[in-house]
Design a protein around this ligand. Structure first.
Ligand code: PLP
Length: 391
């Protein structure tokens, strides 16, 4: 592309840097025989009954727009599902919007609550899209690093230290991408108290809520006084293996959701109709498949974490999501160096931890949403690499 200097591009948009993940994977995609532990998506194909519901929606002629907030039947399904699974209560008509992936819900949420200069505390290491979404909405992202000593959980002291008189909201994501950290009810209560004391909003990205392995997920929205200040973001991409369908949802207080719906009406109209029919089937008849995939992730998690620790890369047992986040500090390499050398020498792709925030330096993210056979081969290659590169 030619580098023409002009004023065509918005100053705000040009603050954004390309995603560190993409840059790395463009490199990996040009190489052969690469095992990728890089992508954050299930290796499972969407269960067949869900695919059939997609075909059926086309055969039945459901090719037009749905209501802006999504099919009422689907919103009712989401409402019951959240109630049964996580003891959350949201009104299908006024407190749920179906979106184009959780990604659109994140964008909508920030655009709905932020004015220029408002600060959003973003818990890091975290998903790469949060800060850009805050910037595009005119806000100022304020990264707040969690550390391994705290098992990458957010603590109330940490949170207090980042709050200023410009803070409007806090973004949390548990189970976490990339650390796999989860938080208990008591730990969330501590954090929630600070949020209430400072009259802040919370954006809680709970897209990995179903994928917890040692304890049931607890949503911060359940804590008394939090429902009215929580925007909860989730979707079908991860637990239901539906990344390509592009279907997420957002729930929250009507006052905020009605603004989100207005923006959604003008910018998106509605989430894809076929995907909405697929999601309805996933909610009705998808639980067994979800449990099957989860059992497999748990087995892979146990294998990969044990393997990392055995080869001298210290790695906590992640409580949720499908990522291991081993420390590579014992090798003396930066996370970039480690990932690049590993890719070139052993053809294994992992993501350097720093792309998820400064606190991720010294770690790499390895997705275990890949077959056990590939993981076994990847572990062999990584072990050979570590032995060769550690004095
Ligand atoms: N939130 C987190 C924490 C994620 O890891 C991802 C995808 O990697 C998303 C949101 C985006 O999900 P979706 O595919 O529903 O847009």
């Amino acid at each position: 592309m030619s580098q023409v200097q002009s004023d065509y591009v918005s100053k705000n948009a040009s603050k954004l840097k390309p995603s560190g993940i993409r840059k790395f994977f463009d490199l990996a995609s040009q190489m052969e025989n690469v095992i990728s532990l890089g992508v954050g998506e299930p290796d499972f194909v969407t269960p067949w009954n869900v695919c059939e519901a997609g075909y059926a929606s086309l055969e039945n002629g459901y090719t037009a727009y749905t209501p802006n907030a999504g099919l009422l039947e689907l919103r009712e399904g989401i409402s019951s599902y959240l109630n049964e699974q996580f003891s959350l209560s949201y009104d299908a008509k006024s407190e749920i919007i179906c979106t184009v992936g959780a990604s659109q819900a994140i964008d909508l949420a920030f655009r709905s609550i932020l004015d220029t200069g408002d600060e959003v505390i973003i818990v890091e290491p975290g998903f790469v899209a949060y800060s850009p979404a805050v910037t595009l909405a005119g806000g100022t992202p304020v990264p707040l690093e969690t550390v391994e000593e705290d098992e990458f959980k957010l603590t109330s002291e940490k949170l207090k230290s980042a709050i200023t008189d410009k803070t409007k909201a806090v973004l949390i994501c548990f189970p976490s991408n990339p650390t796999g950290a989860t938080m208990t009810e008591e730990e969330l209560e501590d954090v929630a108290q600070v949020i209430k004391d400072h009259d802040l909003l919370v954006l809680s990205d709970e897209i990995y809520a179903e994928l917890t392995y040692d304890q049931t997920h607890y949503s911060i929205a359940r804590i008394p006084g939090m429902r009215e200040r929580t925007i909860l973001i989730s979707g079908f991409s991860k637990a239901f293996a539906m990344t390509g369908w592009r279907l997420g949802y957002v729930t929250g207080p009507e006052e905020i959701l009605s603004v989100m719906l207005t923006i959604h009406q003008y910018t998106m109209m509605c989430a894809p109709t076929i995907a909405q029919h697929g999601a309805l089937e996933a909610l009705r008849n998808g639980r067994e498949d979800l449990e099957r995939m989860k059992r497999s992730y748990r087995q892979r998690r146990n294998f990969i974490v044990k393997s990392f620790n055995r080869m001298g890369l210290s790695c906590r047992m992640p409580g949720g999501a499908f990522y291991a986040f081993p420390s590579i500090q014992s090798t003396g390499m930066s996370s970039d160096e480690f990932a690049e050398k590993l890719l070139h020498e052993e053809r294994v792709a992992v993501v350097p931890g720093h792309v998820f925030g400064e606190g991720g330096e010294g770690y790499v993210r390895c997705s275990y949403a890949t077959s056990l056979e590939s993981l076994q081969e990847a572990v062999k290659r990584i072990e050979r690499f570590v032995n060769k590169n550690t004095e």
